[in-house]
Write a protein that binds this ligand. Structure first.
Ligand SMILES: [Zn+2]
Ligand SMILES: [Zn+2]
Ligand SMILES: [Zn+2]
Length: 266
């Protein structure tokens, strides 16, 4: 199995390219990826702390459920208003952060290195949201449970996010639907379908759309509004990339069957 991933044909540059991988190769890459291994280690550590300062089953379960409910909402707000807000690239000191945490992913959605969130940004965010919730519910023990739950959900999100960019057609209908919605976010109109595994919050906030017929194609779907004109005024992201922002990914190809199915109307 180890030989599977030493194959240069699975990579573009230094990163695994999900457009070139199958599901089995994705599983191997995922389960050996340093960021994911760090998350697994933190989940184990959280369980240890939660056991040592055990808050009782009631508080433990309530903190798990609370994080499961809050997580999609927080992710939605961050994705819509921070990652897609046109503020971070306008300041020199946040430009590289924005480039890494979202611009690069929209410029080339198949590259695993920039698909995964960077732990330096994900972990503090998870901690700031989940630890106080857990602490209010049941002190240190429940706080660790809440944090561990947040990291666990992040692992699940990251895996499904990989699947959404993997060049394959999922067997189950609900994963197909989920993949199609996210593909629309990347290839049709970025100003909608902000969820990853669930689009309940999108429906609540009115940003959900079902197919390409629902909206016109957005000209900024790959550059998130950071086009050549913006790059002239705010050059930091472009300087870091070493080239001007692109209007479509390198070697743009029909992304997946799902994308082809949803793009014909564009
Ligand atoms: Zn994506
Ligand atoms: Zn893709
Ligand atoms: Zn996005």
């Amino acid at each position: 199995m180890s030989g599977t991933l030493n194959n240069a044909s699975l990579k573009t540059g230094r990163s695994f390219d999900l457009g070139k991988m199958n599901l089995r190769q994705l599983w191997v890459a995922y389960l050996t990826y340093p960021t994911i291994l760090l998350y697994f280690a933190l989940i184990v550590a959280s369980i240890a702390v939660a056991t040592h300062f055990f808050a009782g089953w009631g508080a433990t379960l309530v903190s798990i459920v609370a994080v499961i409910l809050v997580y999609p909402l927080v992710w939605y707000l961050l994705h819509r208003y921070v990652l897609h807000g046109r503020v971070l690239y306008k300041m020199k000191w946040t430009a590289s952060l924005w480039k890494r945490i979202h611009f690069d992913h929209h410029q080339d959605p198949h590259l695993l290195d920039v698909l995964f969130g960077a732990p330096v940004t994900t972990l503090p965010t998870i901690a700031i949201i989940t630890c106080p919730i857990g602490y209010l519910i049941g002190g240190i023990g429940a706080s660790a449970t809440a944090f561990g739950t947040g990291v666990t959900i992040t692992c699940i999100y990251e895996f499904f996010h990989c699947i959404q960019h993997l060049n394959y057609k999922p067997r189950s209908a609900w994963i197909q639907r989920m993949k199609a919605r996210h593909v629309l976010h990347h290839f049709h109109d970025e100003d909608g379908n902000f969820g990853i595994t669930s689009f309940v919050v999108d429906r609540l906030f009115g940003s959900y759309y079902k197919d390409a017929k629902a909206r016109p194609r957005s000209p900024t779907v790959f550059n998130l509004g950071y086009d050549i004109k913006e790059a002239k005024i705010y050059p930091w992201v472009m300087d870091l990339t070493g080239s001007p922002p692109r209007d479509r990914p390198d070697g743009a190809r029909p992304d997946t069957k799902a994308a082809r199915g949803t793009r014909h109307a564009a």
